[in-house]
Design a protein around this ligand. Structure first.
Ligand code: URA
Length: 216
């Protein structure tokens, strides 16, 4: 298993970090920075150790996450968990969150269909991700998909153009960009999906190794 969070980093993070994070999470429960709070069930804040060396950032909670109040617990989360397992990265030692903290959807009968967050919603929610990153200061932050990359890098990028290298964030941390697990779930061509999944696993392994190297 790659050390996604180095125990030796305890000294890097103050012992008050957990309570500061809990205060932040509690504050986020009442977030009304944009209109998305209204139809959503609840804020889905990030979770994981406050000394995590790896932070994963998704787009926004889906239907199941909205109900459970936890990030990446639905189908995309299950695929992420499988890929992390194959890459030797321990999810429990990583911090997992989203660029947008409320589920954006369109009602269709009894179903709630995922709707992509737009620039103003991503911008309104950026404050939370900045606070999370400031507290945790992960050496490696992984953007899962274009919305997360846009939030973290502060500009619109394509996955093809941004993946495969480290982007330096304002605090000096590295941001690595890869696909969103939902993209892999939606791929109609089975053999292409398998290829893309293998690439995703390889990227996660590289990111885990990078985080471990930077916390040594
Ligand atoms: N997709 C995301 O981007 N985040 C989640 O938490 C779940 C699905």
């Amino acid at each position: 298993m790659i050390a996604a969070a180095g125990e030796a980093k305890g000294s890097r993070i103050g012992s008050n970090a957990r309570s500061a994070w809990e205060a932040l999470r509690d504050e986020a429960k009442g977030c009304k920075r944009c209109h998305l709070w209204k139809p959503a069930t609840q804020t889905v804040f990030g979770e994981g150790p406050v000394d995590a060396a790896l932070m994963f950032v998704g787009e926004q909670p889906g239907d199941q996450e909205d109900l459970a109040g936890r990030p990446f617990v639905g189908p995309a989360g299950q695929l992420l968990d499988r890929a992390l397992g194959e890459a030797g990265v321990d999810r429990d030692r990583a911090y997992v969150t989203n660029a947008v903290k409320h589920f954006k959807f369109e009602p269709r009968g009894k179903r709630r269909i995922h709707a992509k967050p737009q620039g103003p919603e991503i911008a309104a929610c950026r404050w939370w991700i900045e606070q999370e990153r400031m507290l945790i200061r992960p050496p490696v932050t992984v953007a899962l998909g274009a919305t997360a990359a846009r939030s973290l890098l502060g500009k619109v990028v394509t996955i093809a153009g941004a993946r495969g290298r480290a982007h330096t964030l304002e605090d000096g941390g590295e941001c690595w960009v890869t696909v969103h697990p939902s993209y892999l779930l939606r791929m109609p061509d089975h053999s292409r999906a398998q290829e893309e999944y293998a690439r995703f696993v390889a990227e996660l392994r590289t990111m885990g190794e990078r985080a471990a190297a930077l916390t040594r």
